[in-house]
Write a protein that binds this ligand. Structure first.
Ligand code: BG6
Length: 489
């Protein structure tokens, strides 16, 4: 089964940080795929820019290599690759001084084509770049700017950053990427909830016991020492990706997929999150940091050894969150994320309430609560766990089995990377899967008190062995409530 690909209007795509890591690993490969799938109309152009002094040919060679290294070999079509590379050019710019923006203007030329400025650079440069774009007359009504997280490190700095970019671009032109929203299965969450009649009537505190959201990674610090040690798991993963997932699970049905309709509903969820203050934090949050252990079959260093110095930064966090509204009062949302965990898995578990009364006698065995498990990665799919009768004679024995909807089996085409979808949405001007300013700030408004509580209480990180499911305190966090983490294997 293949989906129909609709070409988009011609556009100019300008990548700041064009020779950086994000451009190499994600943006250029994603753009290549869109070329290969014939989504570009002529004369679409891609312009790389950064401080490095490169010729067009050198940037083209960089892009060719990026595609070769980061796209499945079987998907690299030499003819398409050359057509892709032919769209690329390069201009050197200095985001701080503004040197090179005149050249960039010349390279873009006068046109009323769609213009997307993608800022794959450190957030400290966002304001500089957007001001230079304005001062050089590069912002047209059809221009858009794309910014990546981290958008701030607390509410005040997020506001300052939003003010800076917002003084040059209108909110309808600002695309704040959270790449989790571009993941196929995350969008499927909306399909599951709002394209089916089955779940929505049960989607509330009368029928749902609790929700679990796990985003576990096996990687460690990687090459991100400076950024990560200042951020930690709460800022790096919870403020954005995990809260976005929580919003999609918890929001009311928007009236349409219109960007503001969806974002209004997500915002209401963020605003309804109960604040976790200094008294609650020791009971409702766990901070962890990995120690030496094993990952992917080999020994790995602990965080502190990788870093080369002592650090109190958390590489794991677990939180019991609560949403104070009619739909969700009394339904805890258990959130956890960490580096160097037992396996790479992101999933959402909706655990329904137990049946009110069993008609079966003890020989039937335990009747488990129904669970809906939405697996975001890897092995994307949805499993609905149900109780059934064990087949065969010998009385009524009950067993839990999954109704298994594996997407790989049902849809045999490649799942596009999140960036492919999101880049094309930028070009189309569709902001549904991007975070609005008030959403980002509302998320920080919930995160800040947790950060403050940790600081006030001097809540230390608890060690966990690399290759495990996190500190034992995170198990206690949920078991104290008589519940257990879903075994994510
Ligand atoms: C990024 C975080 O936003 O998401 C990283 O900064 C994390 O620390 C990454 O590794 C996870 O993304 P994915 O798509 O691999 O689940």
């Amino acid at each position: 089964m293949t989906s129909q690909i609709i070409p988009v209007d011609p556009f100019d795509f300008i990548i700041f940080g064009g020779t950086g890591d994000l451009s190499e690993r994600k943006l250029l490969p994603a753009l290549y795929y869109r070329q290969r799938d014939h989504q570009f109309s002529e004369p679409t152009r891609i312009i790389g820019t950064s401080r490095a002094k490169l010729s067009n040919e050198e940037f083209q060679a960089f892009a060719r290599q990026a595609v070769t290294d980061h796209v499945n070999a079987s998907d690299v079509d030499p003819k398409e690759l050359e057509s892709f590379v032919a769209r690329l050019s390069y201009v050197s710019t200095d985001a701080t001084s503004g040197v090179g923006f005149d050249e960039l203007k010349k390279a873009i030329g006068e046109s009323d084509r769609i213009r997307a400025f993608y800022l794959a650079v450190a957030p400290t440069l966002f304001g500089n770049i957007s001001h230079h774009l304005r001062e050089h007359g590069l912002i047209t009504p059809k221009s858009r700017i794309v910014v990546e997280k981290p958008i701030g490190r607390d509410l005040a700095s997020a506001r300052a950053l939003n003010d800076l970019v917002g003084s040059d671009f209108g909110e309808h032109q600002i695309f704040r990427i959270d790449h989790y929203l571009g993941k196929e299965t995350v969008q499927n969450l909306m399909a599951l909830r709002f394209a089916n009649m089955l779940y929505e009537p049960l989607w509330n505190s009368a029928h749902i016991d609790h929700v679990q959201i796990t985003v576990a990674e096996t990687v460690g610090l990687e090459d991100r020492v400076t950024y990560y040690d200042k951020a930690g798991a709460l800022r790096d993963m919870v403020q954005n990706h995990i809260l976005q997932l929580l919003c999609l699970v918890a929001m009311e049905a928007p009236s349409s997929m219109n960007a503001d309709a969806v974002r209004d509903e997500k915002l209401k969820v963020l605003r309804a999150l109960k604040r976790i203050n200094g008294n609650d934090a020791p009971r409702q949050t766990v901070r962890g940091q990995y120690r030496a252990g094993a990952s992917a079959g080999g020994p790995v260093k602990g965080y502190v050894e990788e870093l080369g110095r002592e650090s109190g930064t958390e590489t794991f966090v677990a939180i019991k969150a609560e949403i104070a509204n009619w739909r969700w009062a009394g339904v805890p949302f258990y959130l956890r994320t960490g580096k160097r965990m037992a396996s790479r898995v992101s999933e959402i578990v909706i655990e329904f309430k137990r049946i009110p009364h069993s008609i079966f006698d003890e020989s039937a065995g335990n009747i488990s609560a129904n669970q809906l498990v939405i697996r975001l990665q890897p092995d994307e799919g949805v499993k609905q766990f149900l109780m059934v009768k064990d087949p065969g004679p010998g009385g009524m024995r009950l067993r839990q089995i999954p109704l298994d909807m594996s997407f790989a089996q049902s849809f045999r085409h490649r799942a596009p990377d999140a960036y492919e979808r999101l880049i094309m949405d930028v070009v189309r001007g569709n902001q549904t899967l991007f975070m609005r300013r008030d959403e980002v700030e509302a998320a920080w408004n919930w995160i800040d008190p947790i950060l403050n509580a940790w600081e006030q209480n001097r809540q230390e990180v608890q060690g966990y062995t690399a290759g495990t499911w996190g500190p034992s305190a995170s198990i206690a966090l949920i078991e104290r409530d008589g519940r257990t983490w879903h075994e994510s294997n």
